[in-house]
Design a protein around this ligand. Sequence first.
Ligand code: SAM
Length: 259
Amino acid sequence: THFGFKTVPQDQKESLVRGVFSSVASKYDVMNDVMSLGIHRLWKKHLIEKLDCGMRPNSSDPLHFLDVAGGTGDIAFGLLDHAKQKYGDNESTMVVADINPEMLAEGAKRCLSTSYANSPRIQFLEQNGEKLDAIEDNSKDVYTIAFGIRNFTNIQAGLDTAYRVLKPGGIFACLEFSQVDNQALDYIYQTYSFSLLPLMGQLIANDRDSYQYLVESIQRFPNQETFANMIRKAGFYVPGKGYENLTFGVAAIHIGVKL
Ligand code: SAM
């Protein structure tokens, strides 16, 4: 390969491999940054505050969180931090599930520099979100997924599985790129997506194809109403219209409750 593993002495291989691994993760980070102009950080913060999760001070039942397609742990650490800072919750648990072992390795590595380093409260599991084989029925209080479900081969299977693993009363929350709700803005956004993004991908990451895929996967993803109906179809109660648009619908948060 162009990394030249064969010619690298054994003792340097490890760090080289680590570099390649973490480049998968930083590649996603950069993609999110480019696609949202950095705004995905604010959207994630908004999701965490909107959910406002945490074991309330007079409760003795820790919450069990599951962050699917959790990759590098942004949402997972954010949810636990919120629970701790706002409710003094030091007990609730988190499972980060992702199909890609390299992403999980990066998440686990980043975890070492948080206050959850080596904590049994947080676990990284290699799992396909469409099945979640290792997660029991009715076992989770909160299921989150950010910029992940778009990549599922079978999105409805992913939603059905989310319903399966949540306890009655559990919350499903999805943050995903969506469809812009204003015609003029959509025109600008489409122009940006289709012409500028692949070019930026080329220039920033030397990776035009991945950015092309990113744009197409966003195009293919069902619009807000259709996605809300899929969540209903999985069995969830969808409060209100079922979603909140962020930045004119460039992204949206969908919520479902397992009654
Ligand atoms: N949630 C993180 C965030 O918001 O920064 C990571 C998002 S990253 C763009 C998409 C993630 O979805 C990747 O880590 C990828 O491995 C994961 N993924 C794709 N298909 C999946 C599947 N079927 N099951 C679980 N994870 C999946």
